[in-house]
Design a protein around this ligand. Structure first.
Ligand SMILES: Nc1ncnc2c1ncn2[C@@H]1O[C@H](COP(=O)(O)OP(=O)(O)O)[C@@H](O)[C@H]1O
Ligand SMILES: [Mg+2]
Length: 246
């Protein structure tokens, strides 16, 4: 469904992605793992068209999408829940959701999607007239996910949805992601919460300094000594890994 081949991306002269190739098959939940600054967010930005790759190709549903406008990519069925939520703080919860449904012309469908958002997270219905900026971090994350779901994307990009949330809310967000996955949504999830993410993912890629360093299933990655040491805190080289900035 989604395929990146040899993607290189820059911020000015700084190269953030060094030839990233990865695949998200239809109906699967794939996660990208890696420390701060590895390039995880940059990968999602190239997929949703916010950042154009310098070289390489990105295909979605047989169609080449690199170089396309973000709005057109959304229209093809790619939903992006950005890092740090990026909800519209000065708009109400209801208005944020309506903004998410900007491509829907049919009022009945819009109502239906709103209902399903409120059904998924009842707290959003309770707070529908409240300014989104006044919501808690967890509620803002629920809103950001719900806003992206308004267009019923075929592929959902999730950028560190559990960041900064209490353990209880982290669990709720992961439960939601699993539920979406079961309902057939294809998901590309970026996480630093490695254990949790790999448990629900079909496949994982480990990114270091803009390069895919390892990939595999949870079981395969768990067997990799480097992953255990660096990400699962099980080895004697944790300190060294920190020195490497991983
Ligand atoms: N807007 C930007 N301008 C310049 N450099 C950036 C920008 N955004 C990210 N970078 C750099 O690109 C690299 C990858 O960043 P990012 O994709 O945000 O990593 P991650 O999401 O894995 O933490 C980092 O070195 C970061 O400093
Ligand atoms: Mg990031």
């Amino acid at each position: 469904m989604l395929k990146l081949i040899g993607v290189e991306a820059f911020y000015g002269k700084i190269k953030a992605l060094h030839g990233v190739s990865l695949e998200v098959p239809h109906g699967k939940l794939v996660c990208i793992l890696g420390a701060n600054g590895a390039g995880k967010t940059t990968i999602l930005k190239t997929v949703s068209g916010i950042l154009e790759p310098e070289t390489g190709t990105i295909h979605f549903d047989q169609q080449r999408i690199d170089g396309m406008d973000p709005e057109d990519i959304v229209g093809l069925g790619v939903g992006h829940v950005p890092e740090n939520r990026h909800i519209f703080p000065e708009l109400t919860v209801y208005e944020n959701l309506i903004m998410g449904g900007f491509l829907i012309n049919d009022k009945a469908i819009l109502e239906e999607r709103l209902e399903s958002a409120y059904h998924r997270f009842p707290v959003l219905q309770d707070r529908s007239r409240q300014l989104a900026g006044t919501l808690s971090g967890g509620e803002q994350q629920m809103l950001a996910i719900s806003r992206a779901l308004m267009l019923q994307p075929k592929l959902l990009l999730l950028d560190e949805p559990s960041l900064g949330l209490s353990p209880l809310l982290v669990q709720e967000i992961f439960d939601t992601i699993e539920e979406l996955h079961r309902s057939g949504v294809t998901i590309l999830l970026v996480e630093q919460n490695i254990n949790q993410a790999l448990r629900i993912a079909d496949y994982g890629y480990v990114l270091t300094s803009g390069k895919i360093f390892l990939s595999g299933t949870y079981e395969e990655l768990r067997r990799e000594e480097k992953v255990r040491e660096m990400y699962l805190g099980e080895g004697k080289y944790v300190r060294r890994a920190r020195l490497w900035g991983m």
